[in-house]
Design a protein around this ligand. Structure first.
Ligand code: GLP
Length: 255
C-alpha cells in the first residue's frame, strides 16, 4: 500500500482526480470502478472541472459502481444511480449506456449479481477502482465478516451503516436494510485502487485497515493483499496511524 497523506481533502481530491485523468488520457477506453458516499464528491467535482476546462473526455470510458440499495429505483433521490447521475454522469460526456450500477429493483437478485460480474469480465476488468470506507471498515457495502473472496451479491447492512447513511434519508426507518454490492474478491481483482478517507471520524478505521491485521472484521484490511493500492487521506484521517512520518517521507522522496 502506498499511503499518501495531504493536509486537506481538496488536495487529496486534486491528486486523485489527476491520477484518474492521466489514466483516461493514456487509455480513453479504460474501465473505472466508482463509489458513492460523501468522500468521492470532491474527486468527482475535480473530474468535472477537468472535463469542462481541460478537455478531459469520458466519451469512451466504461464505469461500474460498487453497490446499490435494494428497493430503490434509479430515479429515487437516495439511490446510488441517482447519486451518480447528479454528482458525475450528467456533468461529463460519458455514454450513459456504458455506466453500470446494480439494479436495486431486480426481480431476481441472484441473477442480477451474476450478470454484473459477467459484465465486468466482458468489459475487460476494472482498471481503476475508487473507494471510500465505512466507519465499520466496509468497502462497497461489504460489511464486517464479509468473505474476503466474495463476489457481487446481496448483503444486509449493519446498524452502524444504517445509522451513518440515514443522513441522506428523511428518517433512519427509510434506509433500506439490503443492498447489492461487488464483493471483496471483485474489488481485489481490479488493476488498481484509490482509497480515499477524510476527517477524524475515519482515523480509527484507517489505522485498522492500513496497519492492523488482515481480517474480515475490517473488510478494507483485505486491500493489504492488493498490489496497487494508493490510500489518499487527509491529516485528520491519518492521525491514528503509527508510521505517519515514514509515509510522508516516502511520498516526499518518491523517485
Ligand atoms: C456507503 C457506501 C460506501 C462508502 C461509505 C462511506 O456506505 N456504500 O461505498 O465508502 O458509504 O461514506 P462516506 O464517504 O459518506 O463517509
Amino acid at each position: 500500500m502506498e499511503v499518501i497523506i495531504l493536509p486537506t481533502k481538496e488536495e487529496c481530491a486534486y491528486l486523485g482526480a489527476g491520477i484518474i485523468a492521466n489514466l483516461i488520457r493514456d487509455n480513453p477506453k479504460c474501465v473505472l470502478g466508482l463509489a458513492t458516499g460523501s468522500t468521492p464528491v470532491p474527486v468527482y467535482n475535480e473530474l468535472i472541472r477537468l472535463h469542462k476546462e481541460n478537455n478531459l473526455s469520458f466519451a469512451e470510458v466504461t464505469t461500474f459502481n460498487l453497490d446499490e440499495y435494494i428497493g430503490l429505483s434509479a430515479d429515487h433521490p437516495c439511490s446510488y444511480r441517482y447519486f451518480m447521475q447528479e454528482q458525475l454522469f450528467n456533468e461529463v460526456d460519458v455514454d450513459l449506456n456504458a455506466t453500470h450500477v446494480p439494479n436495486g429493483l431486480a426481480d431476481d437478485v441472484q441473477s442480477e449479481c451474476e450478470s454484473y460480474e459477467e459484465l465486468i469480465t466482458k468489459s475487460g476488468g476494472i482498471d481503476l477502482q475508487i473507494l471510500g470506507i465505512g466507519s465499520d471498515g466496509h468497502i462497497g457495502f461489504n460489511e464486517p465478516c464479509s468473505s474476503l473472496s466474495s463476489r457481487t451479491r446481496m448483503k444486509t447492512l449493519t446498524g452502524e451503516t444504517i445509522e451513518d447513511n440515514s443522513r441522506f434519508f428523511d428518517s433512519v426507518d427509510d434506509v433500506p436494510r439490503h443492498c447489492i454490492t461487488m464483493g471483496v474478491g471483485t474489488i481485489l481483482d481490479t488493476r488498481s485502487v484509490l482509497l480515499f478517507a477524510f476527517g477524524e471520524g475515519k482515523a480509527d478505521v484507517i489505522s485498522q485497515s492500513v496497519e492492523g491485521p488482515i481480517t474480515s472484521m475490517v473488510p478494507a484490511s483485505a486491500l493489504q493483499l492488493h498490489q496497487r493500492v494508493k490510500v489518499i487521506i487527509d491529516d485528520a484521517a491519518a492521525s491514528k496511524l503509527s508510521n505517519i512520518d515514514y509515509y510522508k517521507e516516502v511520498y516526499a522522496n518518491r523517485p
